[in-house]
Design a protein around this ligand. Sequence first.
Ligand code: KG4
Length: 345
Amino acid sequence: MGLGLAFESSCDETGVALVENGRRVISAPLFSQIAMHRPYGGIVPEYASRAHLEKFTPLLAEILKAHPLAPGDLDYVAVTTRPGLVGALLVGYQTARAAARHFQVPLIGVHHLEAHLAAVRLSGHELQFPALGMILSGGNSAIYRLSSVGQTELVGDTLDDAAGEALDKAAQILRLGYPGGPAIEKQAALYLERRGFLTGEEAKLDAENPFPLILKSLERERVQFSFSGIKTALLRRFDAAKPEEVPALAFFYQDRIVEHIVRNLAHAIGLNPKRPVIAAGGVLANQRLRRALSQLCEKLRVPLIVPENQFCTDNAAMVAAAAELYFEAGLKSPYTEISSNNGFA
Ligand code: KG4
C-alpha cells in the first residue's frame, strides 16, 4: 500500500493527483482544456502540449501547498505513457520524471486504458480478475479479456471511429459544439421529454428511428464496433435549415450507438461467460448508456462495474489507481517509455 503522485496529459485534460493506496483521493486538481479547443471543433495537439506545460506546475503547487510532502512520504510517481498525443504525453512524462527524481521514488508508467479501467478502484470497487474490460472514449472503443495486472487480450475493437469520436463528430454536424457526448445527451433527453416519455422509456420510440442498425450481421460472428456509417447517415439526413429537428436526430443517433454497444457487449459476454464487466472511459459518463448496460448485465447475470461519473473522463487519480496495482504486486510496469502505440499487453 503506497502513497502515489500521478500525472495525466495524454489528451486535453491536465491532471495531477495525490492518492493513497490507489483508492483514496487526497487531492486531484484537474485543468480541462475543452474551452480552449472548442473554437476548432476538436483538439489541436500543439495547443494541448503547450497548455499542459503551463498548467502542471500550478496544479502540483496546489497539491503541495495543502499537503506538503517530506522526503520519504511518497512511495512512487505515476504517469500516463501511452497511448495519446505524443507531444502532450512527453510534457507529462518529463514533469513526472523530474518529480520522481526530486522525491527519489520510482516512476511507474501507466497505460491510459488500464488507468480508465482502474478508475473503478476510486469508488470502493476492485479490479477483479478474470474480467471483461470495455473502454469507450474519444480515442478508443474496445473490449478486452483481463487476466491479471498488465495481462490483457483484445476481444474486439473498432473498424473505424471510436464511440466518443462518433458523438463528437455528430455534434459538429449538428452544430452543438465540443465535446459532443454531453451535448448530444442533453438534446436527446430534451427530445424524450418533449415527446412526453420518461427516462428509461426510450425503446418506445424505436420503431421511429430513421437510422439503420449498425453492423447487424457482422455482430453475430465477432465483437466489432463501427461508428462511421451512422455518422455518414446523420450527415445525409441533417438539413441545416431545420434546426428544430436537431433534438430528434441527436436522440435517435445516440440510441443507435447505445444499441450497438449493448449488442457488442452481449456478444462478448456470450463468448466469455461469467466474467464481471468493467466498463470505463469518457463515454460511460452517458446516463442512457449506463442504464442500458446495467439492464443487459442484470439480464445476463454478470456484475457490472463502472467508475463514478467524475472519474470516467480523463483524470490523474485513475493513473495512480492503476500504478498502485503494479506497486502492490511488486511488478514492473511494461509501459516505461512514451509511445503512441496502443499495444495493451
Ligand atoms: O476518456 P475521455 O475523457 O478521453 C479519452 O481518453 O478519449 O473521453 C472523452 C470522450 C469524448 O469523445 C466525449 O464526447 C465523451 O468522452 N463523453 C461523453 C459524455 N461525456 C464525455 N459521451 C457521451 N455522453 C457523455 N455524457
